[in-house]
Design a protein around this ligand. Structure first.
Ligand code: NAI
Ligand code: 4PL
Length: 251
């Protein structure tokens, strides 16, 4: 029996059909939460929903794109009148494009998902948490929130920016019992990682940073940190930037 640290709570998880998001949604459900998740990819969504159903986990996926306001409104509506925990896991990678190779479409997509999307979801959930007396928001950043080596320009810029978003929410709404924290994974076993291991000179350059990297985490090792930061035991943890990268950023 898993710790029931989220018993009776409602959690929203974005990117819940991806590697880390699926692990987060599954763990929160095993620990007692009712989970509403979203994902843009229909294929990943139906695969993940089949997994949750087969495991008899209380997770319902809806087809929201976090960068589209109407979708975000529908996601929050689907969660119902109370939301205790938000895990912002949805993210887009940029295939290690350095400034000189960056096209507008990649920049826009990565900014839309990683920054604008996360802001929109947090903004939509905020009044519900405030009305309910508080809540916890957890954003998934990256090793690239602290240094550029692990990614391209757009990814590193947005993952750095995410820390400002997390801290601003913590600063302004902490007194009203809304906590906001960031969890920064290093490398994790997931589809994103396979897709972005492409090569090219910028990737080669990033290998210098990669020389110090720790082994890949299992997605559930990230989910465990998200779950704890989002639970009531972490009541005094607010505005924190918590690495879960096996020591990579300590190198
Ligand atoms: N895999 C890794 O090595 C690392 C991942 N991260 C971060 O962890 C988070 C999750 O990534 P993974 O699970 O590893 O990758 P993933 O690619 O398996 O999952 C990301 C999911 O987000 C979904 N998504 C993308 N755009 C979306 C949107 N606009 N609205 C809703 N859903 C959307 C994708 O369809 C995908 O299922 C991301 O924020 C990523 O930046 C951070 C550090 C390392
Ligand atoms: C090394 C590395 N590979 C893939 C990814 C990241 C990373 O740091 C990341 O933050 O999101 C995807």
């Amino acid at each position: 029996m898993d710790l029931q640290r989220h018993a009776g709570k409602v959690a929203v998880v974005t990117g819940a059909a991806g590697g880390i998001g699926r692990a987060v949604a599954a763990r929160l459900a095993r620990e007692g939460a009712t989970v509403v998740g979203c994902n843009v990819s229909p294929r990943s969504r139906s695969e993940a929903q089949a997994y949750f159903d087969q495991q008899q986990l209380d997770v319902r996926l809806v087809p929201a794109d976090v960068s589209v306001q109407a979708d975000v409104d529908a996601l929050v509506e689907a969660a119902g009148p109370r939301i205790d925990l938000l895990a912002g896991v949805a993210g887009a990678m940029d295939n290690y494009l350095p400034l000189g190779d960056l096209d507008d479409d990649t920049w826009q997509r990565v900014v839309d998902v990683n920054l604008t999307g996360t802001m929109r979801v947090c903004r939509a959930v905020l009044p519900i948490m405030l009305a309910g007396g508080g809540g916890a928001m957890v954003a998934v950043g990256s090793r690239a929130s602290l240094g550029a080596g692990p990614a391209g320009l757009a990814y590193a810029t947005t993952k750095h920016g995410l820390l400002g978003l997390v801290k601003s929410i913590a600063y302004y709404y902490g007194p009203q019992h809304v906590r906001s924290n960031a969890v920064l994974p290093g490398r994790v076993h997931s589809e994103m990682h396979t897709r972005s291991d492409r090569g090219g000179w910028a990737f080669e350059r990033a290998s210098l940073a990669k020389a110090t990297m720790a082994p890949k985490a299992q997605a559930d090792e990230i989910a465990a940190v998200v779950s704890w930061i989002g639970c009531d035991e972490a009541s005094h943890v607010n505005g924190a930037v918590v690495t879960a990268d096996g020591g990579w950023s300590a190198a």
